[in-house]
Design a protein around this ligand. Sequence first.
Ligand code: NDP
Ligand code: 8X3
Length: 251
Amino acid sequence: MKTAIVTGATAGIGKATAVMLAQNGFRVIITGRRQEKLDSLKHEIKSLHKQKVLPLCFDIRNFSEVESALGKLPAEWSKIDVLVNNAGLAVGVNPIQDGVIDDWERMIDTNIKGLLYVTKIVSRRMIEQGSGHIVNIGSTAGTQVYENGNVYCATKHAVHALSQGMRIDLLKHGIKVTEVRPGLAETEFSVVRFKGDIESAKKPYMGLIPLSGDDIADVILFAITRPSHVNLNDIEVTPTAQASSYYVFRK
Ligand code: NDP
Ligand code: 8X3
Protein backbone atom coordinates (compact mmCIF):
# COMPACT_ATOMS: atom_id res chain seq x y z
CA MET A 1 0.00 0.00 0.00
CA LYS A 2 1.30 3.47 -0.91
CA THR A 3 1.78 6.31 1.56
CA ALA A 4 1.23 9.99 0.81
CA ILE A 5 2.01 13.07 2.88
CA VAL A 6 -0.33 16.01 2.29
CA THR A 7 0.73 19.29 3.90
CA GLY A 8 -2.03 21.77 4.73
CA ALA A 9 -4.69 19.05 4.96
CA THR A 10 -6.91 20.90 7.45
CA ALA A 11 -8.79 22.81 4.72
CA GLY A 12 -9.40 23.35 1.02
CA ILE A 13 -7.27 21.61 -1.58
CA GLY A 14 -5.18 19.68 0.96
CA LYS A 15 -8.19 18.29 2.80
CA ALA A 16 -9.90 17.25 -0.45
CA THR A 17 -6.65 15.63 -1.62
CA ALA A 18 -6.17 13.66 1.60
CA VAL A 19 -9.72 12.32 1.35
CA MET A 20 -9.45 11.48 -2.35
CA LEU A 21 -6.11 9.71 -1.94
CA ALA A 22 -7.51 7.71 0.99
CA GLN A 23 -10.54 6.76 -1.11
CA ASN A 24 -8.13 5.52 -3.76
CA GLY A 25 -6.03 3.26 -1.59
CA PHE A 26 -3.35 5.56 -0.15
CA ARG A 27 -2.45 5.71 3.53
CA VAL A 28 -2.20 9.39 4.34
CA ILE A 29 -0.05 11.52 6.61
CA ILE A 30 -2.00 14.73 7.12
CA THR A 31 -0.42 17.95 8.40
CA GLY A 32 -1.45 21.45 9.47
CA ARG A 33 -1.38 23.72 12.51
CA ARG A 34 -4.97 23.12 13.69
CA GLN A 35 -5.03 19.96 15.81
CA GLU A 36 -8.84 19.79 16.04
CA LYS A 37 -9.20 19.89 12.24
CA LEU A 38 -6.58 17.13 11.90
CA ASP A 39 -8.44 15.04 14.48
CA SER A 40 -11.79 15.39 12.72
CA LEU A 41 -10.25 14.61 9.30
CA LYS A 42 -8.54 11.55 10.78
CA HIS A 43 -11.90 10.38 12.14
CA GLU A 44 -13.61 10.99 8.77
CA ILE A 45 -10.98 9.12 6.76
CA LYS A 46 -10.79 6.19 9.20
CA SER A 47 -14.54 5.75 9.60
CA LEU A 48 -15.82 6.57 6.10
CA HIS A 49 -12.93 5.44 3.96
CA LYS A 50 -11.41 2.75 6.22
CA GLN A 51 -7.88 3.98 5.64
CA LYS A 52 -4.89 4.47 7.96
CA VAL A 53 -4.12 8.09 8.85
CA LEU A 54 -1.24 9.72 10.69
CA PRO A 55 -1.97 13.32 11.73
CA LEU A 56 1.07 15.53 12.42
CA CYS A 57 0.46 18.99 13.84
CA PHE A 58 3.27 21.46 13.12
CA ASP A 59 4.08 24.80 11.54
CA ILE A 60 6.01 24.35 8.29
CA ARG A 61 7.73 27.71 8.86
CA ASN A 62 9.75 26.21 11.72
CA PHE A 63 12.52 23.87 10.48
CA SER A 64 13.00 22.11 13.83
CA GLU A 65 9.26 21.34 13.99
CA VAL A 66 9.38 20.00 10.41
CA GLU A 67 12.46 17.93 11.18
CA SER A 68 11.08 16.41 14.37
CA ALA A 69 7.68 15.64 12.79
CA LEU A 70 8.85 14.22 9.44
CA GLY A 71 12.43 13.17 10.19
CA LYS A 72 11.49 10.43 12.65
CA LEU A 73 8.34 8.78 11.36
CA PRO A 74 7.08 5.58 13.00
CA ALA A 75 8.56 2.52 11.22
CA GLU A 76 5.32 1.53 9.50
CA TRP A 77 5.08 5.03 7.96
CA SER A 78 8.70 5.35 6.98
CA LYS A 79 8.36 4.71 3.22
CA ILE A 80 6.91 7.82 1.57
CA ASP A 81 5.67 7.37 -1.99
CA VAL A 82 4.08 10.79 -2.54
CA LEU A 83 4.57 14.24 -1.02
CA VAL A 84 1.97 16.89 -1.81
CA ASN A 85 3.50 20.27 -0.93
CA ASN A 86 0.20 22.08 -0.60
CA ALA A 87 0.33 24.20 2.61
CA GLY A 88 0.39 27.85 1.65
CA LEU A 89 -1.40 31.15 1.81
CA ALA A 90 -1.85 34.69 0.58
CA VAL A 91 -2.16 37.45 3.18
CA GLY A 92 -3.19 40.99 2.29
CA VAL A 93 -3.93 42.78 -0.98
CA ASN A 94 -1.83 45.93 -0.67
CA PRO A 95 0.19 47.75 -3.30
CA ILE A 96 3.90 47.25 -2.72
CA GLN A 97 4.46 50.61 -0.98
CA ASP A 98 1.77 49.77 1.61
CA GLY A 99 2.82 46.17 2.15
CA VAL A 100 2.67 44.86 5.71
CA ILE A 101 6.00 43.30 6.70
CA ASP A 102 4.33 40.56 8.75
CA ASP A 103 2.12 39.62 5.76
CA TRP A 104 5.18 39.40 3.52
CA GLU A 105 7.04 37.25 6.01
CA ARG A 106 4.12 34.89 6.52
CA MET A 107 3.86 34.30 2.76
CA ILE A 108 7.59 33.96 2.12
CA ASP A 109 8.17 31.79 5.20
CA THR A 110 5.25 29.47 4.41
CA ASN A 111 5.10 29.26 0.63
CA ILE A 112 8.84 29.21 -0.07
CA LYS A 113 10.81 28.34 3.05
CA GLY A 114 8.23 25.92 4.51
CA LEU A 115 7.96 24.07 1.19
CA LEU A 116 11.76 23.84 1.09
CA TYR A 117 12.02 22.55 4.67
CA VAL A 118 9.49 19.76 4.06
CA THR A 119 11.07 18.90 0.71
CA LYS A 120 14.57 18.66 2.18
CA ILE A 121 13.50 16.09 4.79
CA VAL A 122 11.20 14.04 2.55
CA SER A 123 13.35 14.07 -0.60
CA ARG A 124 16.30 12.60 1.31
CA ARG A 125 14.06 9.74 2.42
CA MET A 126 12.85 9.26 -1.19
CA ILE A 127 16.47 9.20 -2.42
CA GLU A 128 17.26 6.43 0.10
CA GLN A 129 14.23 4.49 -1.16
CA GLY A 130 15.15 5.12 -4.81
CA SER A 131 11.64 6.31 -5.68
CA GLY A 132 9.04 8.94 -4.92
CA HIS A 133 6.79 11.62 -6.38
CA ILE A 134 6.65 15.24 -5.22
CA VAL A 135 3.66 17.36 -6.20
CA ASN A 136 4.05 21.09 -5.60
CA ILE A 137 0.95 23.26 -5.57
CA GLY A 138 1.91 26.36 -7.50
CA SER A 139 -0.57 28.79 -9.03
CA THR A 140 -1.53 30.71 -12.13
CA ALA A 141 0.11 33.46 -10.04
CA GLY A 142 3.36 31.53 -10.48
CA THR A 143 3.69 32.69 -14.08
CA GLN A 144 1.49 35.83 -14.12
CA VAL A 145 1.53 38.83 -11.78
CA TYR A 146 -1.60 40.87 -11.08
CA GLU A 147 -2.24 44.19 -9.30
CA ASN A 148 -1.63 44.00 -5.54
CA GLY A 149 -0.57 40.36 -5.86
CA ASN A 150 3.11 41.34 -5.66
CA VAL A 151 4.57 39.19 -2.87
CA TYR A 152 2.10 36.28 -3.16
CA CYS A 153 2.83 36.10 -6.91
CA ALA A 154 6.57 36.24 -6.16
CA THR A 155 6.28 33.27 -3.79
CA LYS A 156 4.41 31.24 -6.41
CA HIS A 157 6.99 32.23 -9.05
CA ALA A 158 9.52 30.79 -6.59
CA VAL A 159 7.49 27.55 -6.36
CA HIS A 160 7.51 27.42 -10.18
CA ALA A 161 11.31 27.81 -10.28
CA LEU A 162 11.84 25.37 -7.41
CA SER A 163 9.65 22.75 -9.09
CA GLN A 164 11.90 22.92 -12.16
CA GLY A 165 15.04 22.86 -10.00
CA MET A 166 13.84 19.88 -7.96
CA ARG A 167 12.96 17.99 -11.14
CA ILE A 168 16.50 18.48 -12.43
CA ASP A 169 18.26 17.66 -9.14
CA LEU A 170 16.14 14.58 -8.42
CA LEU A 171 16.23 13.23 -11.98
CA LYS A 172 19.12 10.86 -11.34
CA HIS A 173 17.31 9.46 -8.30
CA GLY A 174 14.18 8.51 -10.24
CA ILE A 175 11.98 10.91 -8.26
CA LYS A 176 9.13 12.56 -10.15
CA VAL A 177 8.26 16.22 -9.61
CA THR A 178 4.92 17.59 -10.76
CA GLU A 179 3.69 21.14 -10.36
CA VAL A 180 -0.08 21.69 -10.28
CA ARG A 181 -0.99 25.34 -10.80
CA PRO A 182 -4.62 26.19 -10.00
CA GLY A 183 -6.48 29.36 -10.84
CA LEU A 184 -9.50 30.58 -8.86
CA ALA A 185 -10.45 27.90 -6.31
CA GLU A 186 -12.97 28.61 -3.56
CA THR A 187 -11.50 27.33 -0.28
CA GLU A 188 -10.43 29.15 2.91
CA PHE A 189 -7.74 30.84 0.77
CA SER A 190 -9.57 34.10 0.15
CA VAL A 191 -10.85 34.39 3.75
CA VAL A 192 -7.22 34.13 4.91
CA ARG A 193 -6.07 36.60 2.25
CA PHE A 194 -8.73 39.15 3.29
CA LYS A 195 -8.07 38.47 7.00
CA GLY A 196 -11.56 37.24 7.81
CA ASP A 197 -13.49 39.84 5.76
CA ILE A 198 -16.05 37.41 4.34
CA GLU A 199 -17.72 39.87 1.94
CA SER A 200 -14.40 40.80 0.28
CA ALA A 201 -13.37 37.14 0.28
CA LYS A 202 -16.43 36.17 -1.81
CA LYS A 203 -15.81 38.74 -4.57
CA PRO A 204 -13.14 36.90 -6.63
CA TYR A 205 -15.61 34.02 -7.16
CA MET A 206 -18.72 36.05 -8.00
CA GLY A 207 -20.34 35.51 -11.40
CA LEU A 208 -18.47 32.30 -12.21
CA ILE A 209 -18.19 28.70 -11.09
CA PRO A 210 -14.81 28.48 -9.33
CA LEU A 211 -12.69 25.37 -8.92
CA SER A 212 -13.21 23.34 -5.75
CA GLY A 213 -10.67 21.47 -3.66
CA ASP A 214 -12.03 18.26 -5.21
CA ASP A 215 -11.27 19.51 -8.74
CA ILE A 216 -7.60 19.92 -7.84
CA ALA A 217 -7.47 16.68 -5.83
CA ASP A 218 -8.71 14.89 -8.94
CA VAL A 219 -5.81 16.30 -10.99
CA ILE A 220 -3.29 15.36 -8.29
CA LEU A 221 -4.66 11.81 -8.16
CA PHE A 222 -4.37 11.54 -11.96
CA ALA A 223 -0.78 12.82 -11.90
CA ILE A 224 0.38 10.38 -9.22
CA THR A 225 -1.26 7.34 -10.78
CA ARG A 226 0.46 7.48 -14.21
CA PRO A 227 2.77 4.60 -15.17
CA SER A 228 6.22 4.79 -13.54
CA HIS A 229 7.92 5.94 -16.80
CA VAL A 230 5.47 8.84 -17.31
CA ASN A 231 5.63 12.20 -15.53
CA LEU A 232 3.36 15.22 -15.80
CA ASN A 233 5.67 18.16 -15.25
CA ASP A 234 3.45 21.22 -15.12
CA ILE A 235 -0.34 21.33 -15.05
CA GLU A 236 -2.26 24.63 -15.08
CA VAL A 237 -5.95 24.23 -14.13
CA THR A 238 -8.49 27.03 -14.20
CA PRO A 239 -12.26 27.34 -14.05
CA THR A 240 -13.77 27.29 -17.56
CA ALA A 241 -14.60 30.97 -17.00
CA GLN A 242 -10.93 31.88 -16.45
CA ALA A 243 -8.43 32.13 -19.32
CA SER A 244 -5.60 33.63 -17.26
CA SER A 245 -5.02 35.78 -14.19
CA TYR A 246 -6.22 38.74 -16.28
CA TYR A 247 -9.15 37.34 -18.26
CA VAL A 248 -12.12 36.13 -16.25
CA PHE A 249 -15.64 35.99 -17.72
CA ARG A 250 -18.28 36.83 -15.09
CA LYS A 251 -22.03 36.58 -15.72
P1 NDP B 1 -6.81 26.95 2.46
O1 NDP B 1 -6.64 28.23 3.22
O2 NDP B 1 -8.17 26.38 2.35
O3 NDP B 1 -5.81 25.85 3.03
C1 NDP B 1 -4.48 26.17 3.31
C2 NDP B 1 -3.84 25.05 4.11
O4 NDP B 1 -2.47 25.40 4.37
C3 NDP B 1 -4.51 24.84 5.45
O5 NDP B 1 -4.65 23.46 5.68
C4 NDP B 1 -3.52 25.44 6.45
O6 NDP B 1 -3.57 24.71 7.67
C5 NDP B 1 -2.19 25.17 5.76
N1 NDP B 1 -1.14 26.07 6.23
C6 NDP B 1 -1.06 27.42 6.08
N2 NDP B 1 0.01 27.90 6.71
C7 NDP B 1 0.63 26.83 7.31
C8 NDP B 1 1.78 26.70 8.12
N3 NDP B 1 2.53 27.74 8.46
N4 NDP B 1 2.11 25.47 8.57
C9 NDP B 1 1.36 24.40 8.23
N5 NDP B 1 0.27 24.46 7.45
C10 NDP B 1 -0.10 25.68 7.01
O7 NDP B 1 -6.22 27.28 1.00
P2 NDP B 1 -6.13 26.39 -0.33
O8 NDP B 1 -6.54 25.02 -0.09
O9 NDP B 1 -6.78 27.15 -1.41
O10 NDP B 1 -4.57 26.51 -0.58
C11 NDP B 1 -3.72 25.40 -0.71
C12 NDP B 1 -2.60 25.74 -1.65
O11 NDP B 1 -3.13 26.03 -2.93
C13 NDP B 1 -1.77 26.97 -1.25
O12 NDP B 1 -0.42 26.71 -1.50
C14 NDP B 1 -2.29 28.05 -2.18
O13 NDP B 1 -1.34 29.05 -2.43
C15 NDP B 1 -2.57 27.23 -3.43
N6 NDP B 1 -3.48 27.81 -4.39
C16 NDP B 1 -4.75 28.15 -4.03
C17 NDP B 1 -5.60 28.70 -4.97
C18 NDP B 1 -6.97 29.16 -4.65
O14 NDP B 1 -7.54 29.93 -5.45
N7 NDP B 1 -7.57 28.74 -3.54
C19 NDP B 1 -5.18 28.85 -6.37
C20 NDP B 1 -3.82 28.49 -6.62
C21 NDP B 1 -3.02 27.95 -5.66
P3 NDP B 1 -3.55 25.35 9.14
O15 NDP B 1 -4.24 26.68 9.05
O16 NDP B 1 -4.27 24.35 9.97
O17 NDP B 1 -2.11 25.43 9.47
C1 8X3 C 1 -4.37 31.70 -6.14
C2 8X3 C 1 -4.83 32.17 -7.46
O1 8X3 C 1 -5.44 34.29 -8.73
O2 8X3 C 1 -6.48 33.93 -6.57
O3 8X3 C 1 -3.08 31.22 -6.21
O4 8X3 C 1 -4.15 34.53 -6.71
S1 8X3 C 1 -5.24 33.81 -7.35
